[in-house]
Write a protein that binds this ligand. Structure first.
Ligand SMILES: *[C@@H]1O[C@H](CO)[C@@H](O)[C@H](O)[C@H]1NC(C)=O
Length: 190
């Protein structure tokens, strides 16, 4: 449970947003094939006109340990004030035998769409990010925000999809506009 919350908190945080009400996760275990780890990488996957653009993103350790302490450094440019009705559509894929296999949305974990991100952000932000003068309430004003090294405690244990390489794509929008897209490559180990 705690792991799921934190994985997504980390993820959406990258957009200065967060998701929290995530429940049981009941996917079958993968085949356990050993493939070389790819390590952490990231990219903005939306158009350059998106108001949310990540400039720098560093996490340590790599692979990310679950449970463990994750250090996160981030610079994100917000080009226009973000609206209050923000949703994110997450695609989660796990690398199995050299191919990415989509993890379906089950009990709000996996490739799901989440609405009301401003509310979730207001809940999760103060614990980690207020100290860096990151706004914890929407609307988030246009600015360049820097998190120089937040330590996020990841509790719990790996979900049943287990250790390995994942690709996470988050597409953010509001009723009127596309806001941003971030794709992450992460490796999890216990
Ligand atoms: C995370 O850091 C805290 C404080 O330094 C430490 O007490 C805790 O044992 C660490 N947790 C893990 C899982 O390494």
């Amino acid at each position: 449970m705690a792991f799921r919350i934190h994985l997504l908190v980390i993820y959406i945080t990258l957009f200065l947003l967060s998701v929290y009400h995530i429940n049981a996760f009941k996917l079958e275990k993968n085949l356990g094939l050993k493939v070389p780890s790819l390590g952490f990488s990231w990219e903005n996957c939306g158009p350059a006109s998106d108001p949310i653009q990540i400039k720098t993103l560093v996490v340590a350790p790599d692979p990310i340990h679950v449970p463990g302490n994750l250090s996160l450094s981030l610079v994100v440019a917000i080009g226009a004030a973000l609206p209050t009705d923000i949703h994110v559509s997450v695609t989660m894929e796990k690398k199995v035998g050299g191919f990415y296999v989509k993890v379906p949305c089950i009990d709000n974990f996996g490739s799901c769409t989440y609405g009301n991100l401003c509310e979730a952000w207001a809940d999760a932000c103060p614990k980690y990010f207020e100290q860096f003068r990151i706004p914890c309430k929407c609307p988030i004003p246009a600015d360049t925000y820097t998190i120089p090294g937040a330590v996020i405690k990841i509790g719990g244990h790996l979900p049943s999809v287990g250790a390995g390489d994942y690709r996470l794509t988050g597409d953010l929008g509001s009723s009127g506009t596309h806001l941003g897209c971030l794709r992450l490559q992460i490796t999890l180990k216990d």
